[in-house]
Design a protein around this ligand. Structure first.
Ligand SMILES: [Zn+2]
Length: 125
């Protein structure tokens, strides 16, 4: 993805007073007040919760440390999709670039052939 700033998810920990956030270039642009919605945008489901899978573990295994597929672009896209819905700051600063990021994600995804959990969910529904 060209010219796209890197969005980084920081899970809640003692270092951020247990408030999960999203950072761009080291700066917090959004504090995640609705973690359930955030996890959902990554394809995390109630079934997984029932099966005892922790959402942060799921995100790590599926997007960050996935040896079977490279879902780095998806990870970015699903953070962006979440911000699009819930962050005024995001929409003000990056809203006009959203469509082009969406398009380049679709391209990456088509080339890759396999879909991540969140993309799979959208195909199913
Ligand atoms: Zn995806």
């Amino acid at each position: 993805m060209q010219n796209q700033p890197h969005f980084k998810y920081c899970h809640a920990s003692s270092s951020n007073k247990h408030v999960a956030s999203i950072k761009v270039e080291g700066k917090v642009i959004h504090e995640i007040s609705n973690l359930d919605e955030f996890y959902k945008s990554f394809g995390y489901t109630q079934d997984m919760r029932m099966a005892g899978v922790l959402p942060d573990e799921f995100i790590w295994d599926e997007y960050i440390n996935n040896k079977a597929a490279n879902f780095a672009a998806c990870c970015q896209m699903h953070i962006v999709e979440y911000l699009r819905k819930y962050s005024d700051t995001f929409n003000k600063e990056y809203g006009n670039q959203f469509e082009s990021w969406l398009a380049s994600h679709a391209e990456v995804r088509a080339k890759r052939g396999i879909a991540c959990a969140a993309c799979r969910m959208k195909i199913d529904t």
